[in-house]
Ligand binder design. Sequence first.
Ligand code: BTN
Length: 323
Amino acid sequence: MVKDELLKLLEENRGEILSGNDLKDALGVSRNAVWKAIQLLKEEGHHIESIKNKGYILLKESDVLSVSGLLQALGTSPTYRVEVLEEVPSTNTYLKESDGKKNNTLVFAKKQTKGRGRLGRSFFSEDPGGLYFSLLKIEDLPRYNPSYATIACALSVRDALSEVSGLSLSIKWVNDIYYEGKKLAGILTEGTLEMETGTLSSLILGIGINVNTGSFPKELEDIATSLFMETGRTYVRQEVARTVLFHLEKNLLLTKENPGALLAAYKKHLLYIGEAITFLYDKKLRMGILKDLTPEGHLLVESDGAYLTLHSGEISIRKGDRT
Ligand code: BTN
């Protein structure tokens, strides 16, 4: 389609003017066809300026997710296949249902109607300014330790968001990203385990980031925030995704090569160490002091004079000693 080819050229030359003549020659179509395709892209929300007698420019700040834009943003980093869906219940579920056919595929959704969070909770993902995506990994998995993969993902999102925004962000165990008491991003890692070895045979990393989100439903107003709300500027989400994936590749390697370094970096940003927390254990709500992160990536908590190890699969923690 002319429109897609045109967008590819514009993305490759973001921020630069491309003349109508050059575009028509490169695409092998008439000037009028170029003009029509430009109108269609504008209707989709791309910020393209037409400059009289000069040509067209895709503005640097244009923020519409597209396959060509994402491939361009991801550059030569590991070869992912990329899909962009207008709307889907959940990108994690979409990959889960792909029967393993979408290894190394990144699926982005402009909107999720049933975004899922940890412990069966929902994740608000109806705002068009958010970034909602999942990655399926099947190859090369046997050496990933399940908790390390989750930790690598949380650290990558934290580091990437700090890098692009300049905000000092924290991680609430196991993988929520927080800024000053409000949630900025959530991660849902889902995998299948080889029972004999306890290692992963497939891994889906689902990441939801409130990037340019301008408002939340009433019930989330006091507990959620976005990069836009905290910094007063908007972000090109393709760039945010690129930064997350850059950190993710690096940290997934660490899970195999140097998990100690991964855990140390993660722990530096972990909330509530040395503080009182509330958590559900053995179906009872308990209080304790968060003592440490274990070398396996679990939480060590002192409660009623005993030490307990909390595993991420079943537990959520809260600051404080009240329910
Ligand atoms: C949480 O808050 O507990 C985790 C939220 C994870 C949300 C992301 S958005 C992309 C992917 N698809 C989903 O349904 N969930 C994850």
